[in-house]
Design a protein around this ligand. Structure first.
Ligand SMILES: Cc1cc2nc3c(=O)[nH]c(=O)nc-3n(C[C@H](O)[C@H](O)[C@H](O)COP(=O)(O)OP(=O)(O)OC[C@H]3O[C@@H](n4cnc5c(N)ncnc54)[C@H](O)[C@@H]3O)c2cc1C
Length: 410
């Protein structure tokens, strides 16, 4: 009997754990290398469209998702300056329309749900405190060099395929494509999580609300079955210290209190309920948003025995709320490609190329749409006026996206 194929995964975030699960479901043995000493995600939420929820359900995670997430009935879009309603999207119609609901979930809960799915699998080994340093693909196999948290080099490991799921600042991508760092967008995200019980009734919400204003927007939605409200404000601004201030390590040193004052000042022109919401937040966490231009070819997503997945492949602005969603879609497509592996593993590069071919255009489309949404959400002058008029007139027709939420055409 042929021995199982070996999949190496760099990064144990949402994409890496989803890839591990997808690979193991196809009979591969998987090793995940995560540089952090524990699996964890920052205290913030993610929205998951029905395209993503459908996949999680197919992986048997529907009940766990049901227990951890919230399922808002409506998306409401408002003008941030006037507070006027502009449009709504009936999210409660998603199961009938697309076969799965629209979910909002705490990132830590999504990661925990994926971790709980892979942890009992005998074919998945999770190595924490192991930073991936470099790989060597000799055509027959790929060898991965990793370092322990205390700086000791670990024994290199060999596999049939390597997935770089190591996020925005991916080292696997840097070695594979050598295409420079991600670009700063000039936008900052302030995130907060508020217990709804502690909020005045007027600020609590069971819906997704997007407030669109000149040069900023704010999104709020419930997580944890509605117990908490996730709030994220996107504004224009530069990281202190320039580009070097954008790295996760540099961000840890930021003065968050000063930044919260900056945010409140930046929102001075917004309507009273929005200012009340921003003032109700005791502490914000700050992200400097960086992205890359949309993918231009499948060879940017896989070469030889190495494939990129999630933010390592296609980091995008979070203005379509689909970055984690595309990582999960990538993982599912990767799993289907790996299923075709031959006993000797010689077909693996062709299978990874097939994975890339299936994914790159959809990822590029989502990256491009997210970019465009940012321009529309933050519009000023006549463009803002046109945006508001279009939303009032066309509403749901603009907000619903069958090409994104519907089942893929294969
Ligand atoms: C403000 C904001 C809001 C967002 N909202 C949404 C949303 O509503 N819906 C949505 O779908 N997406 C959203 N996203 C996008 C989403 O967060 C990302 O697309 C998603 O987290 C990417 O997952 P990933 O696993 O590819 O990368 P990451 O989550 O970055 O995971 C990468 C992992 O690799 C590890 N790693 C890095 N380097 C190494 C190394 N050398 N060795 C070992 N491990 C390493 C890291 O520690 C990390 O655990 C949002 C993003 C932002 C910034």
């Amino acid at each position: 009997m042929a021995s199982p194929k070996q999949l190496l995964v760099a990064g144990g975030g949402i994409g890496g754990l989803a890839a591990a699960l997808a690979g193991a479901r196809q009979g591969w043995q998987v090793q995940v290398f995560e540089r952090a000493p524990a699996f964890g995600e920052a205290g913030a939420g993610v929205q998951l469209g029905p395209n993503v929820v459908r996949l999680l359900q197919a992986w048997g995670l529907g009940a766990a998702l049901q227990a951890a997430a919230a399922f808002p009935a409506r998306l409401r879009v408002r003008d941030a300056a006037s507070g006027q309603p502009l449009a709504t999207l009936d999210l409660a119609a998603m199961p009938a329309r697309y076969g799965a609901p629209y979910a909002t979930i705490h990132r830590a809960d999504l990661l925990a749900l994926l971790q709980a799915a892979v942890a009992p699998l005998a074919d998945v080994a999770l190595a924490l405190d192991r930073r991936v340093q470099r790989f060597a693909d000799d055509g027959r196999q790929v060898r991965l060099h990793t370092v322990h948290g205390d700086g000791r080099m670990a024994e290199p490991v060999a596999g049939d395929a390597l997935v770089g799921a190591d996020g925005l600042w991916s080292g696997v991508r840097a070695q594979l494509l050598d295409d420079g760092p991600p670009r700063l967008t000039g936008h900052l995200a302030y995130r907060a999580l508020l217990p709804q019980a502690a909020l005045p009734a007027a600020l609590r919400s069971t819906e997704v609300t997007a407030w669109l204003g000149p040069r900023l927007h704010l999104v709020g939605y419930p997580v944890r079955g509605g117990e908490a409200l996730n709030v994220v404000a996107f504004v224009h601004g530069r990281p202190p210290g320039g580009a070097s201030g954008a790295t996760p390590d540099a961000l840890a040193d930021w003065d968050h209190a000063t930044n919260a004052a900056d945010l409140q000042a930046g929102m001075a022109g917004c309507c009273a309920p929005l200012q009340d919401l921003v003032r109700a937040v005791p502490a914000w966490r700050l992200w400097v948003l960086a992205d890359r231009p949309p993918l231009r070819a499948p060879t940017q997503q896989a070469r030889g025995r190495v494939a990129l997945l999630g933010d390592a492949a296609h980091p995008m602005r979070p203005y379509l709320a689909q970055g984690a969603g595309m990582a999960i879609e990538d993982a599912e497509a990767l799993g289907r490609a790996l299923r075709q592996a031959d006993a000797a593993g010689t077909a693996v590069p062709a299978l990874l190329a097939r994975y890339a071919l299936e994914r790159w255009q959809r990822n590029a489309r989502v990256q491009a749409r997210a970019l465009r949404n940012g321009r529309i959400f933050h519009a000023t002058g006549p463009l803002r006026w046109g945006r508001n008029l279009s939303l009032r007139l066309l509403g749901e027709r603009l907000l619903d996206m069958p090409w994104l939420y519907g089942p893929p055409a294969r």
